[in-house]
Design a protein around this ligand. Sequence first.
Ligand SMILES: Cc1cc2nc3c(=O)[nH]c(=O)nc-3n(C[C@H](O)[C@H](O)[C@H](O)COP(=O)(O)OP(=O)(O)OC[C@H]3O[C@@H](n4cnc5c(N)ncnc54)[C@H](O)[C@@H]3O)c2cc1C
Length: 448
Amino acid sequence: MKQQAVVVGGGIVGIFSAIYLKGFYRDVVLIEKEERLGGLLTSYQDHSAISYDYGTHIPCQTNIPEIDSIVFDYMPEREWEIFEQLKVGNYFNGIYNDKTGFPNLLSLPRSIYTEGIVDFLNGGHANSEYENLKQYLTAVYGDIFSKEVYEPIMHKLLNKSTEQLHINAFKIFDIKRLVVGDVNLTKELKKSELIDSKCAFPTYEIGASSNLKYYPKNNKGIKKWIDTLEKKAREEGINVKIGTTIQEIKYDREYITSIMLDNGEVFSPEKVVWTIPNQFLLRDIETPFTKFTPLEFREMRLYNFNFNKQFKVKEHYIYCFDNKLHSYRITLYPNLTESLVKQNIFNCTVEVLTQVNNQISSDCILNELITMGIIDKTYEVVNSSVCSIEKGFPIFTPEIVNNMKESVEILTEKVKNLVLLGKGKGDAFFMVDSLREAYEVLSSKNEG
Ligand SMILES: Cc1cc2nc3c(=O)[nH]c(=O)nc-3n(C[C@H](O)[C@H](O)[C@H](O)COP(=O)(O)OP(=O)(O)OC[C@H]3O[C@@H](n4cnc5c(N)ncnc54)[C@H](O)[C@@H]3O)c2cc1C
C-alpha cells in the first residue's frame, strides 16, 4: 500500500476520488476551502425550513460498478425516491411540451422547418475541428436550424453569439439532440448513425438511459447525498479538512513534494489529485505559462417558491428554451417525491442564467411560470427566496478552451505526481461524466 494522497476540492469529484484512493493509500487527505463538502451539489433551507437545491441535481448511476458502489452504496427506499426514468418537459416557441426535454422543431413555422430539415438530414459528422460553435452547428445541424434554433438559445443562456463560443459551450446544456418528427419517423431516421446522434425521440419514454436516478424523500434536498458520502469518507478513515485551503506548494524536480495548508499543517503526498481550477497551481510551480485567460461565468440566479397547492404539470423538471422568457430550468420538487405533497410543500426552483447584478424580479419569474402553464393565477406564494451562484455556468470561448487544454498539457508534463480531474481538467461538466472521467483517469494511473 502506498503512503499518502492529497485530494484538493471537496465537490463530488473530490469526494469520490478520496474514497476510491483510500483503497490504495494508507492516508488520504481531502481539502475543502468551504465549511462544508459538496461544492455545487448542495441545498439551501429557507426561513420555514423548506429545502431547495442549487439547480436540478438528481444523481444518476454511471453503470460503472466501481463508481456506483462508492457513491450509491446505501440508498434505502424509505429515504430515497428511485427512478428509472425522469419526466422532463420543455417550453419552446410558446409551446409547453410534457413529453420531452429536447426542443421540438415541429413548433417552428412550417416554412422554416421544411427548409431546415433538408440541411439537417444532410449535415455532416461532429468533429472538433471547427473554429467556433457556429461553424460546428452549421455543419452538423444545417444553416437554418443553427440560426433559428441554436443561435437564440445560446444567446439567451450565455449572452454570446455562437460565433464567439467554443463547441463545448453547448455541450453543457442538454440540447445536442432535436425532435424532428413523430416516433415512427424518428425510428427510421435513427437507423442512420449520423442522424441518431442529433435526433431525439419525441418522448422521454423511448430511448432515455434507464440508469437509476435518486432523489431524497422528506424535504432533505440533495445535500443528503453529500452528507451520506461525507459520513462514509470519514468512516473509511479519510482525513477530511474543511474550511481550509492551500497556502503553499513545494515543487522539486517534477514532483510536488509538500503542501502546506493555511492552518499550518504540512503534507508530503505521493499523489496529488486536483479537482479545482488549475490557475494557481500553474502559478505555484512557476511555469512560464503567463497567458491564462480567466474563465468567464454566467451567474445562476435561483428563484425558490413554495405555493399553496400542487403544480398543474407532472414533470420532474422542465427546460425553458424560449428566448422570450428568462427561466432556464424549473425543478418541481413535489413531483419528484410524494413525501412533500403529504407535508403540503409545493416548492420549485427556477434557474435563470444571467449576468451579475441583473435584477430580474420574482414577480417576473412567477409570471413566466403562469405563461408556461406550470401554475395559474389562482396559486398563492406561501414563501419565496432568491439565491445566486456567481460562478454558475462557464462560458467556453475558443480562447479559454485552448488555454485550458494548454495548461493541462503543461501541468501533466511538468508534474509527475499530479492528477487533474473535474474543474482541474475542464473536460466534463455533468456529474456522471465527471465521475466516469475521474474513475477512468485514476484507474488507468495504476491505482486500481
Ligand atoms: C446551477 C447548476 C446546475 C447543474 N445541474 C446539473 C445537472 O442537472 N446534472 C448534472 O449532472 N450536473 C449539473 N451541474 C454540474 C454539477 O454540479 C457538476 O458536475 C458537479 O457538481 C461537479 O463537481 P466537482 O467536484 O467537479 O466541482 P464542484 O462541485 O465545483 O466542487 C469543487 C469544490 O472545490 C472547492 N474548492 C475550490 N477552490 C478550492 C481551494 N482553493 N481549496 C480547496 N477547495 C477548493 C469548492 O469549494 C468545491 O467544494 C450543474 C451545475 C450548476 C452550477
